[in-house]
Design a protein around this ligand. Structure first.
Ligand SMILES: Cc1cc2nc3c(=O)[nH]c(=O)nc-3n(C[C@H](O)[C@H](O)[C@H](O)COP(=O)(O)OP(=O)(O)OC[C@H]3O[C@@H](n4cnc5c(N)ncnc54)[C@H](O)[C@@H]3O)c2cc1C
Ligand code: SF4
Length: 651
């Protein structure tokens, strides 16, 4: 993305205020952070949002805007560091959610690039050494050759098939295998590229750019929730943390009450069994990492629920490299769809097209006839098919159905996110939270706070980007101190089952816009989760505990204040947009199955009510939030819906 010299100067001044460098830390300018931010912005497909950044940068270095930020009538770039920090904090703590959103976008943009970019000339980033982070692993020299042979169709081509499956993640991969096994001619369209063991080097920047939606930079329109989803071949199953829960019984009953009886029947049970079997889900690989040991110790001390995690891995190492699993498993142990269903589909004759994006579904006489798609260079191609399976993830699926003219008002609505926040504990011992098994244990102590709604406690690997993303920035020196403690910092993640919902809309440019705000009901559960996470850390012996609020909310057990004060400060800091950092790793519900077009987008077979021949097979189909990490439920629904579709096409 290009900026004028004036706009670029403003951006560089902002980046240098967030990270001016000292004591072994380089400055943002020394690392070329502003250029990396611009490269990252270029990945945002929405031109309107890119323009907004350019406009803000035009105004930023003017005396008027500095005065609005209480920095006096001077240019931002001419102020000393302390005053520039004050200006930034005035945006962070503003009463206006738009200003808080702008601050959060700038903070994340600048600091994520600062800690994830390589150093100049490709050397290791000197900041890694300064904060005690061991950096990327590098490519695996003895990686086996890739097994799949995807095609890359050219512009102008017309491809024919029985079923066009759009998306190759948890849902699309599973559906493709089921349909191909039934003898149907299947063509999978995937907008991302094909990466495998030998490509995964554990580097954060290239990992996010190649494997995550919009380079990992997506968020709801007001930045209240960051949105993470996989976008390479295999979708989220390539980057996810391998936690493999079956759909809980009470959730199945709730889903059945939406008019899909199958959720409580044998058919769904059989699909769950087939998925668990194909993915090799077991409790065999749950050796806790040091960060999971902290959580386990705290839970045990409190006498709270703790259990081993079921995981979809085969031959998992559970060692140091495993914390890098979110950037792809170099050992081929993660049973992603690339290693399982897509392999099965390919063996059964399915074609897999990568770097090919579905733009809209075509129809004639009320029935789908195929897909209009485009290459990564934007050249158009055509797919003719007897049926279309949509599995683009809950954001992409809603957008594709809306772009295709489907008008059911439930499409895009009922978005659930399982918003997650983190309480952080600084321990005396070294934790090195970026290493070790992904998620080896969990706690359901607060699973049911109200009629099945509550939360899970889980940890996650913490590379610099995760601490940057969630942790507060109150000054450059506070932030540097927080980052320098990374190796001693343990996270307790609060994963909320959200009762209330948001929406995916589509802008005039055809790209999705996500609107989501935590309701008061869900915020009360989040608060309870933060309090619980602080208790776990305190019981585990944390020296200091801090939250993911944009204000500094912290205490030192037994020394400064106590948990009650911590919680009242957390309440004062708030849970609204730009006040408490939340991310979603689980995006669900935007084309939900149900018994009536008045309340759902798809019928009990997963077919859209609006257009015959279109079956949805991904997380969009969930009637409500699954309450557990959703991959197994998604694959089971895709398995069931695709089995029914194969039977219909055969008859
Ligand atoms: C970091 C991370 C960790 C996670 N950990 C876990 C975990 O441990 N356990 C768990 O159960 N869940 C986990 N999840 C969630 C889980 O991976 C996702 O919920 C799941 O992959 C979603 O499946 P899906 O089929 O709905 O979509 P996805 O898997 O996201 O697949 C959608 C695919 O469609 C492609 N696509 C989108 N639009 C188009 C288009 N127009 N044309 C062509 N292709 C398109 C995308 O590139 C993508 O590959 C995690 C997610 C993340 C991001
Ligand atoms: S935890 Fe390690 S071996 Fe297991 S799937 Fe992830 S990176 Fe691979």
């Amino acid at each position: 993305m290009d900026l004028t010299p004036k706009q670029r100067k403003a951006l560089a001044a902002i980046c240098d205020t967030f990270a001016p460098g000292d004591d072994g830390l380089p400055s943002a300018s020394e690392l070329g952070v502003a250029d990396h931010v611009l490269d990252g912005l270029a990945l945002n497909p929405r031109e309107a949002e890119r323009k907004q950044v350019a406009q803000l940068m035009s105004l930023w270095d003017t005396a008027l805007l500095t005065a609005l930020g209480r920095g006096g009538f001077k240019r931002f770039s001419s102020l000393p560091q302390a005053e520039r920090e004050r200006v930034l904090l005035s945006w962070c703590d503003s009463r206006l959610p738009q200003r808080r959103a702008a601050f959060q976008a700038l903070r994340k943009g600048a600091l994520l690039m600062y800690y994830t970019a390589p150093g100049r000339n490709g050397d290791p980033n000197p900041a890694w050494d300064a904060i005690g982070y061991s950096g990327p692993l590098g490519p695996r020299p003895d990686a086996p050759p890739k097994e799949l042979q995807p095609i890359e169709p050219r512009g102008g081509e017309t491809l024919e098939c029985d079923v066009c499956v759009v998306g190759s993640g948890a849902g699309g991969g599973t559906a493709a295998a089921v349909l191909a096994a039934a003898g149907l001619d299947v063509l999978v369209l995937e907008s991302g590229g094909y990466y495998d063991d030998g490509d995964f080097d554990g580097a954060e920047l290239s990992g996010y750019r190649r494997l995550y939606m919009n380079g990992g930079g997506s968020a709801s329109h007001d930045q209240s929730v960051g949105l993470l989803a996989g976008t390479a071949l295999g979708g989220g199953t390539v980057v996810n943390y391998t936690t493999s829960f079956r759909t809980p019984e009470d959730v199945r009953q709730e889903w059945a009450s939406h008019g899909v009886e199958a959720f409580v029947g044998d058919e769904y049970e059989r699909s769950l069994e087939a998925v668990v079997d194909r993915l090799g889900v077991s409790h065999e690989y749950s050796r806790p990492s040091a960060r999971d040991e902290v959580m386990q110790r705290g839970l045990t001390e409190l006498g709270w629920h703790v259990d081993r995690m079921p995981r979809n891995v085969r031959g998992c190492d559970q060692g140091e490299v495993c914390g890098y699993c979110g950037f792809g498993c170099r050992l081929g142990a993660k049973q992603s769809t690339v290693k399982t269903w897509l392999r099965d589909a390919s063996k059964a004759g399915a074609r897999i097209a990568v770097r090919t994006r579905a733009v809209r579904i075509t129809a004639e006489g009320g029935r789908a006839t195929g897909v209009e798609a485009e290459t990564s260079d934007g050249e158009a191609l055509t797919v003719r098919a007897r049926a279309v399976v949509v599995a683009c993830g809950a954001i992409g699926t809603a957008a594709l159905l809306k772009r295709s003219g489907l008008a059911n008002p439930n499409i895009g609505r009922h978005l659930r996110l399982h918003p997650a926040t983190v309480a952080w504990g600084v321990m005396d011992e070294e934790v090195r939270p970026w290493q070790g098994t992904l998620q080896a244990i969990y706690s359901d102590e607060y699973r049911d706070l109200d009629r099945g709604y509550g939360l899970k406690f889980e940890t996650a690997p913490v590379h610099p980007s995760l601490l940057v993303a969630f942790g507060p920035w109150r000054s450059a020196s506070q932030h540097a101190d927080m980052m320098r403690a990374l190796a001693h910092t343990a996270p307790i993640g609060v994963l909320l089952r959200d009762r209330d919902s948001g929406e995916v809309r589509v802008g005039r440019d055809g790209h999705p816009v996500v609107r989501y705000r935590l309701s008061e009901y869900d915020a009360a559960h989040m608060r309870k989760g933060l309090d619980g996470a602080a208790q776990i850390l305190e019981a585990a012996g944390a020296r200091r505990i801090f939250s993911s609020h944009s204000r500094w909310v912290a205490y030192e057990p037994g020394r400064s204040a106590d948990r009650e004060r911590f919680m009242s400060e957390a309440d004062a800091a708030g849970y609204g947009p730009g006040q408490c950092t939340m991310f979603s790793f689980h995006i669900m519900g935007t084309a939900r199955m149900g018994g009536s077009p008045a309340t759902s987008a798809c019928d009990p077979d997963g077919q859209t009510w609006d257009l015959a021949g279109v079956t949805v097979c991904d997380a969009s189909t969930f009637p409500t939030a699954s309450g557990v990490n959703p991959m197994i439920s998604i694959e089971a629904i895709a398995h069931m819906n695709a089995t029914r579709l194969a039977a219909r096409l055969a008859s």
